[in-house]
Write a protein that binds this ligand. Sequence first.
Ligand code: FES
Length: 179
Amino acid sequence: MADKESTHHGRRDFLQLTSIAVGTVGAASFGWPLVFSMDKSAEVKALSSTELDIASIQPGQAILVKWRKKPYFVRRRTKDEISAAEKVEVASLRDPEKDSARVNRDRPEWLVVGANCTHFGCIPTGAKATENRGEFGGFYCPCHGSHYDTSGRIRKGPAPKNLPVPPYKFVSDNILRIG
Ligand code: FES
């Protein structure tokens, strides 16, 4: 868990730079305190969804956001990353899932996945293109060496499952709602 915590803190400056949540701002990003005066029902309502302005995320970049107290990656994939994810032989995967089942078919450039490694919960690197994205170009968990591909699927290392895809939708061209 110490590793998880240090990874979490290491992301904070990045998150504050890229925090572009609108609406439920308090719940939308790391490092932002929730509004303390909220009563319980208001707090639950605020946490039920998170809306993000994704316009400034460039292909190959990702942001890390928080929804229901858990971190999520929102990554804008390049054409090559999409192509790599689509070409994978699904039957060969530890947790077989087609890329098309993990993204919005109309907007496959967007990958939205949980950011806790499915092994012991560390936050993998790879949100920034300059970080280690592992052998399959997606995300790499430094805790015990799990490699995820550009669809967030586990490809190597001890993690048993793919990074989970939360419920989400595009409420407009540039606004993504998680939850
Ligand atoms: S927590 Fe990610 S590999 Fe162990």
